[in-house]
Each structure stands twice: as C-alpha cells, then as structure tokens.
Design a binder for this molecule. Structure first.
Ligand code: ARG
Ligand code: ZN
Length: 889
C-alpha cells in the first residue's frame, strides 16, 4: 500500500505520441487512445504496466492486432501487457461515466459542462496509461460532442481544426507542440464564454489570452485577465522566461478540489480564483486571484517545461512556483513596506498551518520518503515550506546568483523530468557554492529551533552571538543532523539606527546593515567588533529561514525593535512576541482562575504603532492583529482551547478599552470613498479600518455596534460589507452579559443583516460561501447551530467550496465550539468525514486532518477525539486518502 521514494525505477517503455478521441456524453463517454511506445533498454522490467481506475475496457489492440486475452492481465488498478515487442502502437478504447464521477478527479461534469483534473493520478480514470510524470509525450486530442449542449471544445495547445459532424454534433482538434506528462492533460467542453485579449511578447510574437467562464460571469473576468498579463510580463523581466504558446487559456469551474491547475495552455481554475468585481469579491480575493493566476502561469516553465521525475519530487515544481508567485505579488506592490506585509502574510500561513503539520502525525520532509495517497502530500510542507527552502537559496546566493542558478537549471533540464537534487546541483554549480549540507532541508522533517545567546563587552566593544540549533523528533525521524541556516541579522543602536557590521567569522560582502550569517553546526559563535554601544540585535530578518527562533529578548528590547527596526518584518515580529508572551501568561492565569491583567507598556506600544501615520495602514493592521488561537496553542504543552480563547478575548477587550479613541480615529482616517480599487494602499486602509471596527465591538456600548450596522447597510464593496457583517456576527456574543438589552437588539440586528446579505447575494455562489464561512467560524455557532446550517437548502457536501466554507470554518477556525467539552464537535466531524468520504475522498481527507494534533489536548478532549478517529477508521469503504490520515493520527 505504501510507496517509497527509494523504490523508484525508470519506466519500461517511453511514449512518443498520444492521439486521443473523445465522444463526450455525461453518462457514457468513449475514449480512444493511440499511443506509440519504445522500449526503455535500460529498464529491467520486461512488461508494460499501464494504470487504470474505474474504467471499462472496450478494446485493446497492439500493432493493429486485437490483443489476445492471454497477452495481458488486468486488475482494479492496472493493466499489464506481458513482454511486448520493443516498438509498439497501442490502441485502447475505454468507456467512462463523467456524470457519476463525484471525486472531481479525471473527467467529470460540473453545471452540465465537462472538465478534467489529472494531477496527480487522474489521467488513469480516463484511459489505461503509464500515468507517471517521467513519461512525457506529444498529445493530439480530437473532441466530439453535441454542438448545442457543448458549443465550446477546448484542450491543450493549439486548435488545428474544427467543424461539423452529423446528428447535430461537432468536433475540435487540438495539438500540443510540447511533450508533457499525462497529469498536464486537460479538456473542457460546454457552454462557456470568454474575455480575450491579444498581447505582444518580449520576442515580438503575439499571443491570444482567454478567460472562459459561464455566461453570467463575464463581468468578473477583468482582474484575472490583468493578473495573467502581469504574470506574463513579470516572468519575461524577472527570469527571462517567455510564453511558449500561441494561445493561453484560463477556465473557471465551480466544482474543483483545489485552487487551480496548470495544464499546458489550458489552466483550469476554481471560480474562487478567477471571478471578481467589487460587489462580490474582497480585497483578499483580489490578492488571491493575482497570486494563483501567477502561480499557474509560472508553472508553464517551473513544472511543465521542466517537470518532476516522480511525485516525491513534487516540491521541485510547487516550492519553486510558490516562491515565484510570492515574489510576483511582492513585486506588484513594489514598496518595501508592501513587500514586508506580503512576507508577513506568507509567514503567518507557515506558522498557522505548516509548523503544526510538521509537529504532528502527518509530518513529512519537503521531499517525502513515502506515501499511501499522493493527494495527501499536496501539503503546506511541500508547498509553503518548499517555497521557504527555495527562498533560502535566494538569500544565500543573492538576487543575481539565484537568477544564474535558474538559468542553468533551464539550460540543463528543459524538456526533462527531474529531481530536487538536480535543482540543488544547478544552484551549486552556477554559484560555485557547496550546497551538500543544504540537502537536509529536503530530507529532514520538523521545524528547527534556533537558540541565540548574546554578550556585549563594553570595554572591548565586541558583541558575541551564540547560535544553538536543534530539531525535535518527528514522525519516523528520531535523530536530526544540523541544517545549513541563513540567518540575516542587524544591530540597532539606542537611537534605533542600524549600526555598521564587522563580523570576524563572516565578512559583509555588500557592506550593508544586514548580514546573512551561515549556520551549519549545532553550535556556532559569531563575534562582532567595533560595536560602540550596547546593541539590540535584530535576528532572522525577513524571516530568512523557516525556524523557530528562541531568544530571551526583554520587553524593552522588543519595544525598541517594534518602534525602530529598519526590517519591517522584524518590526512586526517584535510586536507579535510581546503579544504572545502576554497571551501565554493570560492563558495560564485563566486556567488557575487568577485575575487577568494587561500592562500599560504593551498597550502603549500598540497605541504608538496604530497612530504612526508614517507607517502604511496595511502594516499597522498586521501589528494590531494578535497571534491566532492556533499560534498560541502551538506554544503550549497541553492545549486548552477555552482558556486560550478567554485570554485572547480579554486581551482584545483591554486593548479596546484603552485605545477606543485611537481606534475610532483610525476608523475615520481610513475610509476609502470613491471608486473601488484593489491597490495596496486602499486595501491596507480598508484592512485597518475593518480591524478597528472589529476591535470596537468589544466596547460594550451600542454606538460602535451601530457603526458596524451602518457600514454593513451602506457598504459599496464586498470588503466593507463582509468586514462589517463579520464584526457584527462576532459582536453578538461579546456584548452579552453586562448589557442585556443591548445584546437583544444586537442579536436582532445581526439576524437581520445576515438575512439581508443572503437575499442580496443568493445568486452568487462564492458570496454565499462567505456567508456560510462567517457563521461556521462565529463563536456563537455551536454544534446544534451547525447541524441546522448543514440542513440549509443552499448547503451541499458535493461542492467542495461550499463544504469547506461551512465545515472547515467550524472545525479549523472555531476552536472554542469545535472543541466543546462534551466532544459533540468531534462527533459531528466524524459524521461529516464519513459522509464526504463517499462523495469526494480528497476533500474528506482534508477534513480528516482537523484532528491531527489530538495528542496535544487535555486528556478529556483526547478521549473524545480518539473515539471520533476510531469511528472514522472503522467505517466501511474508506478511501486510501482518509485511511492514511486517520491511521497516521
Ligand atoms: N498543481 C496544482 C497547483 O499547484 C495543484 C493540483 C493538485 N491537485 C490534486 N488533486 N492534488 O496549482
Ligand atoms: Zn502549483
């Protein structure tokens, strides 16, 4: 059942060409495939092994002859042809039922249209094939379907022919000029319309760009189109990589398991990452679209032109492409502080999701050693930690050094299926650097701890920094070797300015105020000279490595960094450290029922940041956003969700009590009247304003609630509408207790606002998702209310976006209710995992992850969690996907 990286062998046959014919019909689609193959003389395997799943084999012919039944063997997952000749032409006809395919992998139907999703192993649900990424071939695809029902027929590459057939049918023939693995195959057929634009590429060639959507959505494609053009120009400028096709298509589909898919020339997207206008999409949606459109486009080179040898190398394309999309989004903002805000958001994701993953039962290296179901390894570790690993090359080699490495990578491997080692070799060879030890970032799992101790000698004017690294044991890995860690440091003087850096162990090649120290040993000391006064060290600037930094900063040092650090990331980080320290203390105080207190020093530091108009609004918003419940939980030995929530609630209400006037001013100073624009400055202002509005709801008086109510009623864009609605929904229970009357009318107003919102947007699926999400994550939504929402006529488990909106919000973003003391949240979880497993294993497996960290909770909760896990494990017809998760948990 388990597949191991060490067992990799090359395929027994190479494929030259694939010609496919589809007779599309929802109930029964016939697929004919002609493949030309040549034996791989280096392989010891004599047979040809094709994978196939849920297929009906209609016929199979080899070199024009019907294949004798004794010449092959067939089971549930594969078709094996015994020792075929060295050069063969295979004709295979299969029959499939797209309408019955609820897994959304392979060929399926969504809103009466056809779509495919073949990564990682969906192609084998279409026909028998060596469905593995190192088998690359040139594809030609003929699509035939009813012309009225399916007027648009799309596949990869260039359209070379189209025309009429008898019986009201028509056809389109597509040819992809580039060799590709089967996971990049795609087709789309149905009633769709497109926005199209022609652009001129760097070389002077022209390209046709199209964004395909359902008819009612043509007013929501402009941002995706703009993002696509920006992506194309950015990749030309930053990496010298040009679009290699005459035409590039994006298609939006409302039933989709993930964000989007980089099929060659025919990217298929979850509607969530395409459709936007100011009425239905938030600033965050606009940013998400820009980054995912970029991500998929950048795959055209990092993923498609150079692909993965096997799925253990997934991060080769994903880590690299996430890094590229992060850089793209940062460059689109341009300003230094804008870049920092993006960096903060990326690091938040890492800490919120990847650090916990890496400390739990599903912990795996960026390049996993084994898997049961590869879909479970499209993980935050492979993607986001993988991107951090690529970023470390960038930090070590510098801007130009990294570019040289990329150039060499393409020079060596264009058109090939390669490994993470090949990428590392290109980086090493192009720079002349030894990156041998760097491999440990790919082979060792777990979040390294980096401890720092410092010593200042005023007489000698020296400053000493001692780094000690370690990495906790993780699933299947007890012992770890030291990592090669780039640590960017600076020293601040008492005035808050950067001091010149003279390090004995490592010269500063650019004479800048940030030096990248390279830590390679378990313990390492660095000596700085000519340090004229006691400095405040700023360590791990811009989060230069994905580690947990342990440093005994004093509160005063942190306040100094928060006020002055030239590195905006570390400025924010200092604020988070101040907050985290207090949240942990408060949580402990809640547990022993001691009085709760928050010091003035912290509140004044926040006040100063909030009121500092020299700082971007977006940055101030990040500083004022407290560490999440999950962030706090990860810092505790035993997680007590209710205590964390009480501590956080207390901190929020104390902040509001002291900063009410400042928050009101921030609210008023950051209104964005006029035409909506998703630019960084307006986005930042709305974010800060809506954060202030949310804080102000802690003020138990109706005036601030009315402010939210009125913003909700008068909002001119979705960001302000949902921002206000969220503030109101979360105020519902917060105003309880002390002000009974206010609570009553507030609850009425909330119910009214929710109803109004639903009525205004019931035609907009993506907005209704937001409506469910808001309620799933609201502190006032308990299990009983959840069961009611699950029965809402607009709710369905079979649409992944809808399922995620309500259920994932509850299980992952509503900790105090999900972890209800009676275990009812877990019981609900088990029911839903089991139900989803029968519909869509991939989505079910994602939900199954919500109990990953069960060992860290209080014993009473652990018992309920185990019972729920066992209930799922014991249920019938469990998919590999879910089985792997619950077994490992
Ligand atoms: N390669 C796609 C992306 O990074 C993700 C597709 C994953 N799909 C899946 N079923 N595992 O954008
Ligand atoms: Zn990707």
């Amino acid at each position: 059942l388990t597949i191991y990286r060490k067992d990799y062998t090359a395929p027994s046959f190479w494929v030259d060409t694939v010609e496919m014919g589809f007779d599309l019909d929802p109930k029964s689609t016939v697929v004919s495939t002609r493949t030309t193959l040549k034996r791989n003389t280096e392989s010891t395997e004599k047979d040809l092994i094709l994978f196939g799943e849920s297929l009906k084999l209609v016929q199979i012919r080899m070199n024009g002859q019907k294949l004798a039944r004794t010449a092959y063997e067939i089971d549930k997952h594969s078709l094996r042809i015994f020792n075929p000749p060295n050069e063969i032409i295979l004709d295979i006809e299969t029959q499939i039922s797209p309408i019955k395919n609820t897994s959304l992998s392979g060929l399926y139907v969504s809103n009466d249209n056809f779509f495919t999703q073949c990564e990682a192993e969906g192609f084998r649900k279409i026909t028998y094939f060596q469905d593995r990424p190192d088998v690359m071939a040139k594809f030609t695809v003929m699509l035939r379907a009813d012309k009225k029902k399916y007027p648009v027929l799309l596949s990869n590459g260039n359209l070379i022919e189209k025309g009429k057939l008898s019986d009201g049918r028509h056809f389109a023939k597509w040819e992809d000029p580039f060799k590709k693995p089967s996971y990049l195959f795609a087709l789309v057929a149905g009633k769709l319309v497109c926005q199209e634009e022609k652009i001129k590429l760097q070389s002077g060639r022209k390209a046709l760009l199209q964004v395909w959507v359902e008819k009612g959505n043509l007013d929501k494609t402009q941002h995706a189109m703009d993002s696509l053009q920006n992506s194309i120009f950015w990749d030309e400028q930053r990496f010298g990589l040009e679009l290699d096709l005459e035409r590039f298509m994006i298609v939006a589909v409302s039933d989709f398991n993930m964000g989007a898919m980089e099929n060659k020339g025919l990217n298929i997207f979850n509607t969530k990452y395409v459709l936007a206008n100011s009425k239905v999409a938030t600033d965050a949606d606009y940013a998400g679209i820009e980054s995912v459109v970029g991500h998929e486009y950048f795959h055209n080179w990092t993923g498609n032109r150079v692909t993965c040898r096997d799925w253990f190398q997934l991060s080769l394309k994903e880590g690299l492409t996430v890094f590229r999309d992060q850089e793209f989004s940062a460059d689109m903002i341009g300003t230094n502080s804008g870049r920092a805000v993006n960096r903060i958001a990326d690091v938040r994701v890492l800490r919120q999701a990847q650090f916990p993953e890496d400390a739990g039962p599903m912990s795996h290296p960026v390049r996993p050693e084994s898997y049961v179901e590869i879909n479970n390894f499209y993980s935050v570790t492979v993607y986001e930690k993988g991107a951090e690993v690529v970023r470390m090359y960038y930090t070590l080699l510098g801007h130009e050094g990294f570019r040289k490495g990329m150039d060499l990578y393409f020079k060596r491997h264009d058109g090939q299926a390669v490994t993470c080692d090949d990428f590392r070799a290109a980086m090493a060879d192009s720079s002349g650097r030894d990156l041998t030890q760097f491999e440990r970032w790919y082979s060792q799992s777990g979040t390294p701890r980096l401890k720092v101790a410092t010593k200042y000698d005023a007489a000698k004017q020296t400053f000493e920094m001692t780094f000690t690294q370690s990495c906790p044991a993780t699933a299947g890995q007890d012992k770890k070797q030291p990592f090669h860690i780039p640590v960017a440091v600076g020293l601040l003087n008492a005035a808050g300015q950067d001091m010149p850096l003279h390090c004995q162990e490592q010269a500063n090649p650019t004479d800048s105020t940030t030096l990248v120290l390279e830590i390679t040993k378990a313990k390492q000391v660095f000596h700085f000279t000519n340090v004229t006064e006691q400095p405040t060290p700023s360590i791990l600037r811009n989060f230069s490595a994905p580690v947990e930094l342990e440093m005994d900063y004093s509160d005063d040092q942190l306040a100094h960094l928060l006020a002055h650090d030239s590195d905006a990331f570390n400025r924010w980080e200092a604020g988070q450290r101040l907050a985290m320290r207090r949240l942990l203390k408060l949580t402990a105080a809640v547990q022993v029922q001691q009085p709760l207190e928050l010091d003035t020093m912290f509140i004044e530091a926040l006040r100063k940041t909030l009121n500092d108009s020299t700082l971007d609004a977006a940055f101030r918003e990040q500083v004022l956003t407290l560490p999440s419940t999950t962030n706090v939980a990860e810092q505790m030995d035993v997680i007590d969700p209710q205590a964390i929530k009480a501590a956080r609630d207390f901190m929020r209400s104390e902040i509001t009590r002291h900063l009410k006037a400042d928050l009101l001013t921030a609210y008023e100073n950051n209104l964005t009247p006029g035409k909506y624009s998703p630019d960084a400055s307006s986005t930042g202002m709305r974010a800060l304003k809506n954060l202030a509005l949310a804080y102000l709801q802690e003020w138990p008086k109706s005036s601030t609630f009315e402010l939210a109510d009125s913003q909700c009623a008068n909002a001119k864009n979705m960001t302000d509408r949902i921002g206000a609605l969220a503030a109101m929904v979360n105020a519902e229970i917060l105003t309880g207790g002390t002000h009974k009357d206010a609570t009553k009318s507030a609850n009425k107003a909330v119910a009214h606002a929710l109803k109004q919102f639903y009525n205004d947007f019931k035609q907009e699926a993506l907005v209704i998702d937001k409506w469910f999400m808001l309620q799933g994550s609201a502190g006032s939504t308990d299990v009983a209310k959840m069961r009611k929402l699950l029965k809402h006529p607009a709710f369905t488990l079979s649409n992944p976006n809808r399922a995620r909106s309500l259920i994932f919000a509850f299980c992952n973003a509503n900790p105090s209710q999900f972890h209800a003391a009676d275990g009812s949240g877990y019981a609900l979880w088990a029911d839903l995992v089991i139900e989803l497993n029968a519909i869509n294993p991939q989505v079910a497996a994602r939900l199954a992850r919500s109990l990953d960290r069960w060992r860290k909770y209080t014993p009473a909760l652990q018992e309920f969690m185990q019972a729920a896990l066992q209930k799922v494990a014991a249920s019938k017809n469990l998919s590999k996907d879910v089985l792997e998760i619950v077994t490992k948990a």
